[in-house]
Write a protein that binds this ligand. Structure first.
Ligand SMILES: NC(=O)C1=CN([C@@H]2O[C@H](COP(=O)(O)OP(=O)(O)OC[C@H]3O[C@@H](n4cnc5c(N)ncnc54)[C@H](OP(=O)(O)O)[C@@H]3O)[C@@H](O)[C@H]2O)C=CC1
Ligand SMILES: O=C(O)C1=N[C@H](C(=O)O)C[C@H](O)C1
Length: 224
């Protein structure tokens, strides 16, 4: 994601002044007050086992932050607390694509209707490139979590595949003896993730608090 963010950042009014990678961030050594002195926002896309340590450092430095890495959300309460205690802004999401965030709402709505229909069984599936480290994807976990929160308590059969260069496909389905409903989001490239993260960076540079990306995206709800 780093290269894509760097390429698109100027379109969002950002100049990229600091890039930390495993070479210049050994044991978190890149997170100095000097390095972050004139930084208006940081975007964190690394690896599931690196994200929390990086986010902790950004909170202490009070840098407005966009958390893009997946696989660490079990520690969200800890990270949230740290940003709140340090009065630092944070936006987090397993998926910064606008389409996926709308897809999440469609899936939640389907779950509300399906929890009253015991004839249907559900599956959740995702497909990503073979370099992806975590499975199931953060997005798929959140989709299923959204179904649960909407009251869907039947079994959901969850599966992941890793192959080639697929940027990210997520599917939720319901099947009965009579018919099948298939809901699918297919990312065409990684650009949508990068654009959403840059939009979030612009927002958190000017605002405070800890927010899930969808709160920002849907802050003005459509009129029905
Ligand atoms: N929220 C969203 O919309 C999206 C989330 N993601 C998630 O973002 C994460 C990163 O994905 P992706 O960009 O594809 O991964 P990549 O592996 O392509 O890039 C991650 C980069 O982070 C570097 N890195 C690893 N550890 C550290 C560290 N401690 N400090 C600084 N840099 C570090 C890696 O270095 P090296 O290569 O040398 O190991 C690598 O350059 C994944 O968890 C993925 O699931 C991805 C796309 C969209
Ligand atoms: O690793 C990826 O590539 C992606 N990861 C995110 C996830 O785990 O949900 C989002 C997107 O699908 C791409």
């Amino acid at each position: 994601m780093g290269k894509m963010l760097e390429r698109l950042a100027p379109e969002y009014g950002f100049e990229v002044t600091l890039i930390l990678d495993i070479h210049n961030n050994v044991n978190g050594s890149g997170f100095t007050a000097e390095n972050f002195r004139d930084v208006h926002a940081a975007i964190e896309f690394t690896a599931p086992d690196a994200a929390v340590a990086n986010l902790e450092k950004l909170a202490v430095l009070r840098v407005p932050t966009v958390a893009g890495t997946t696989g660490w959300f079990g520690q969200l309460d800890h990270v949230r607390q740290l940003f709140e205690n340090n009065h630092a802004g944070l936006v987090y999401s397993p998926n910064y694509s606008i389409g996926v965030n709308i897809f999440q709402r469609i899936v939640t709505e389907a779950a509300v209707w399906m929890q009253q229909q015991p004839a249907y069984e559900a599956w959740a599936w995702e497909l990503h490139h073979s370099a992806k480290k975590d499975a199931p994807s953060g997005t798929l976990l959140k989709l299923v979590e959204g179904m649960r929160a909407a009251g869907y308590h039947n079994h959901v059969d969850v599966a992941s595949n890793r192959a080639g260069a697929v940027p990210g496909t997520h599917e939720i389905g319901f099947d009965s003896a009579a018919d099948t409903i298939t809901l699918r989001h297919t990312a065409r490239s990684r650009e949508g993730f990068a654009r959403g993260a840059l939009h979030a960076a612009k927002w958190i540079a000017a605002n405070k608090g800890v927010h899930e990306f969808s709160e920002i995206l849907f802050s003005s709800e459509p009129q029905s």
